[in-house]
Write a protein that binds this ligand. Structure first.
Ligand SMILES: [Fe+2]
Ligand SMILES: [Fe+2]
Length: 169
């Protein structure tokens, strides 16, 4: 294996978190779709796919470097976990901040080991997290402005231009 055991374990744990995020965003999409907020639903369906793409990106990296990897169980998620559209975007922003912290911890571990082989993929994810946090922050600000979520659908395209663009990387 071309990477250290420590980073291998951390990256495997991250696969589980990305899949969990995919489930949570799918629940968020259902929450919006149930309310007839189809454009909001579409943003979160795309976000759910993007998180799955993140999990795959790590899995493929682990396989490539000869590290052991398994498919963890993804936790259930329900649209009833959300109280309002603003609650969805606020929770999403908090989740994204946690993920950024996970990658910060991995980047720190990669320096300590040192584990230079992991650095490019960690850099990619750190850059991606800037986008992810910024998108969820924008969506939260739109709803905090008091704009009705139906009216806000008109500005969603601009606010979410980055969502779903991940598979080009
Ligand atoms: Fe992710
Ligand atoms: Fe994310």
């Amino acid at each position: 294996m071309m990477i250290t055991k420590r980073l291998c374990d951390m990256l495997n744990a991250q696969v589980g978190r990305e899949l969990a995020a995919s489930q949570q965003y799918l629940a968020a999409a259902i929450y919006f779709a149930d309310k007839g907020l189809d454009k909001w639903a579409d943003v979160f369906y795309r976000q759910s796919e993007e998180e799955r793409f993140h999990a795959l990106k790590i899995v493929k990296f682990l396989v490539e470097v000869g590290a052991e990897t398994t498919v963890p169980e993804a936790p259930a998620a329900s649209p009833t976990m959300f109280e309002s559209p603003l609650d969805v975007t606020s929770k999403a922003l908090a989740w994204e901040r946690e993920v950024t912290q996970n990658f910060r911890d991995m980047a720190k571990a990669a320096m300590e080991e040192p584990d230079p082989v992991c650095r490019p993929i960690l850099d990619w994810f750190l850059t991606e997290q800037v986008e992810e946090e910024s998108t969820m922050d924008k969506l939260t600000q739109i709803l905090e402005s008091g704009l009705n979520p139906f009216m806000a659908e008109q500005v969603l395209d601009e606010a979410t231009a980055e969502v779903g663009g991940g598979d080009e990387a």
